[in-house]
Design a protein around this ligand. Structure first.
Ligand SMILES: Cc1cc2nc3c(=O)[nH]c(=O)nc-3n(C[C@H](O)[C@H](O)[C@H](O)COP(=O)(O)OP(=O)(O)OC[C@H]3O[C@@H](n4cnc5c(N)ncnc54)[C@H](O)[C@@H]3O)c2cc1C
Length: 380
């Protein structure tokens, strides 16, 4: 008969959410923790396919707080992690009605103590000369924003979590999940059977599916494909440029590998999965937006890919105990901020799981119970 391995906590998903949580659990002394990942390699989904921009100026205060904490962690990361952080800053551009959104984000950022400043059009062009004749009216510069090497970051969390005793099974898909009636879970995985007292859903775009399998409260997540386009090397690009995000025309670009990494900020609904790119659609959308930057050099495509950004029903993160299924915990819906906030998400989730002192207001703000009407059992 096949033996069943027993764990205190099993985490489903080794994206940045699951990895960061595993790392902080281990750091805080948690024992018998298993991390399950269906893929054989790290970073095959959102966490390995994103733009790596660490952006702290956002439109929701609570996410802004996590972004500030997350960015500070990344800037002062442990040296042995070998995770390059490029402190290039960011330049957020707006015109027309987007100015109001940018002003709102700036006042939220100011309230939480983030340093930034408004630049005139002339000052913006001095920083990034291809902004000459671009179509914007206001620019906000945040000097502590930057770029992270996303694969090195995933590897950093992975190595440290493993070092500190977390068991990690790659190529192990959680197939059936049965709540065993005693507040625990039996899982069959492609690498054997597992029993865990606590189950964590960090499955990114698959989070709703995992909850369904376990019999947790239904929360409808939406996942949207966003394309990234890497250009061939370009003579005019200077590697020290901040990343430029034009909110009015929905496009961003930043230096990468001697060229530019760009996105038309598109969002097409797509089910969980491999997220294939639609090259001509992406390129067509990007070209439409680049007319607002007449000084940008002509782009030749080196590579195009797509990744899924996953949103909860109110576009806010979903971190905490389920409202109806005992011992089922969520870390999902990190939308477009998962890399920036990863360490803060891992800190908060691990504190909640370990029953440590936490900022109650933050915990309530992110709690999945806000969507749930079912009976609440005290898993925490
Ligand atoms: C194009 C793009 C650009 C982005 N740019 C940025 C940016 O510049 N800055 C930023 O902060 N954020 C950015 N993001 C957002 C960021 O990438 C996400 O918020 C983050 O990666 C989400 O991490 P996750 O761990 O929740 O999901 P994922 O990385 O998708 O991880 C979930 C994991 O769960 C696994 N899984 C699912 N089901 C099972 C199962 N049954 N058994 C075992 N394993 C399972 C999957 O295989 C997957 O590896 C961007 C996203 C995209 C798509």
């Amino acid at each position: 008969m096949e033996s069943m391995k027993r764990f205190h906590i099993a985490i489903i998903g080794s994206g940045v959410a699951g990895l960061s949580l595993a790392y902080f659990l281990a750091k805080k002394g948690a024992k018998r923790v298993l991390l399950l990942e269906q893929e054989k390699r790290l970073g095959l989904h959102a966490s390995g396919k994103n733009a790596g921009m660490i952006r702290q100026v956002v439109t929701q205060e609570a996410i802004g707080r996590l972004a500030l904490e997350g960015a500070t962690f990344l800037r002062t990361r442990p040296p042995e992690w070998k995770v390059p952080y490029h402190s290039c800053g960011s330049l957020l551009l707006a015109k027309g009605k987007e100015k109001e959104t940018l002003h709102r984000a700036a006042s939220l950022a100011q309230k939480i103590g983030l340093g930034m400043r408004w630049l005139s059009v002339k000052q913006s062009i001095e920083r990034v000369f291809v902004l000459k004749r671009a179509d914007f009216e206001e620019a906000l510069f945040c000097p502590t924003d930057g770029i992270i090497d996303i694969h090195a970051l995933l590897r950093g969390y992975y190595e440290e979590a493993k070092e500190k005793g977390i068991e990690i099974w790659m190529g192990a898909k959680a197939q059936s999940i049965d709540a065993d009636g005693e507040g625990g879970f039996k899982l069959s995985t492609s690498r054997g059977k597992v029993r865990a007292e606590i189950l964590v859903n960090a499955a990114g775009a698959w989070a709703e599916l995992i909850a369904q399998r376990a019999g947790a409260s239904p929360i409808s997540f939406r996942s949207y494909r966003r394309h990234l386009i890497l250009s061939k090397p370009l003579k005019k690009v200077e590697p020290h440029w901040p990343f430029v995000w034009d909110m009015a025309h929905a496009v961003y670009f930043r230096p990468e590998k001697g060229g530019l990494l760009l996105s038309p900020c598109d969002q097409d609904p797509l089910p969980p999965g491999g997220c294939p790119a639609d090259r001509s659609l992406a390129w067509g959308r990007l070209k439409e937006r680049l007319v607002y930057f007449p000084m940008l050099p002509k782009i030749s495509i080196r590579r195009i890919w797509g990744g899924l950004r996953t949103f909860s029903p109110d576009d806010n993160f979903c971190i905490g105990w389920d409202g109806s299924l005992k011992n089922f915990f969520w870390v999902a819906g990190l939308d477009g901020h998962g890399m920036t906030t990863s360490s803060a998400v891992g800190e908060l989730a691990s504190d909640l799981l370990l029953g440590r002192r936490i900022d109650r207001k933050m915990a309530e703000h992110f709690s999945p119970r806000r969507f749930q009407t079912g009976r609440v059992e005290e898993g925490d």
